[in-house]
Design a protein around this ligand. Structure first.
Ligand SMILES: C[S@@+](CC[C@H](N)C(=O)[O-])C[C@H]1O[C@@H](n2cnc3c(N)ncnc32)[C@H](O)[C@@H]1O
Length: 199
């Protein structure tokens, strides 16, 4: 399985908080740059007239008022989702959060309270190899990547220093080029690279 973990230290962590700001596409910028989260998700999971059903996309949000929140989405045959509606789906998932449990809000869409490192440790236990997306990492084209792989990326502020230091002690950093790309652009490049390799 191919997976992405998108981290944001500022993305809103309740349905109410997201509602307050998301009157229009432009305002999603005020909800802790939810626009970047949405663009990254679209590049992770959508194809022209199709979905990547073999991708699991994780959001780790550390913004106010109730961090952390882990949202996991894998599009299933029954999942009703449109490129124009991702913000509303995230809002709906946040609204349905129930303390102390992992809840399936819509088919393939889960929410729970779990820390960034907690999510990564669980993905390692499940047998995945973890890669950090980092401009200074090893060239992805020269990196061996197994079928069960996870790519971690940050929002406009990047990944948190303390957790990054810990992650680097047991995960490889990979680069998709010598420019600083938008988070969403790196997701598109990784998907394309894995498609070429038939992973
Ligand atoms: C807009 S960048 C973050 C910029 C932020 N100021 C920083 O220094 O990390 C968003 C994310 O995209 C990924 N990224 C950007 N350029 C990359 C590259 N050339 N190779 C691999 N990942 C990259 C990183 O995971 C980064 O956290």
């Amino acid at each position: 399985m191919r997976q992405f973990v998108y981290f944001s230290s500022s993305a809103a962590t309740s349905g109410n908080a997201l509602s307050k700001y998301s009157g229009g596409e432009g305002n999603l910028m005020k909800a802790g740059r939810m626009d970047i989260a949405i663009h990254s998700f679209i590049q992770g999971v959508f194809l022209s007239h199709d979905f990547r059903k073999d991708v699991v996309f994780h959001f780790i949000f550390y913004g106010q008022p109730d961090p952390p929140k882990h949202i996991e989405i894998q599009v299933k045959d029954e999942t009703q989702i449109s490129k124009k509606d991702v913000g509303n789906i995230i809002k709906k998932i946040l609204y349905k959060y129930k303390g102390g449990e992992k809840t399936e809000v819509l088919p393939g869409c889960f929410i729970e309270k779990k820390s960034f490192l907690g999510v990564i440790e669980e993905l390692i236990k499940e047998g995945n190899e973890i890669f950090i997306l980092d401009k200074k990492g090893e060239d992805i084209r020269k990196t061996s990547i197994p079928k069960d792989c996870v790519f971690i990326l940050g929002d406009h502020e990047g990944l948190p220093q303390k957790e990054l230091k810990r992650l680097k002690s047991y995960c490889k950093s990979v680069s998709v080029g010598n420019k600083m790309y938008f988070a969403s652009q790196t997701v598109a490049v990784v998907n394309n690279e894995l498609d070429y390799r038939g992973i």
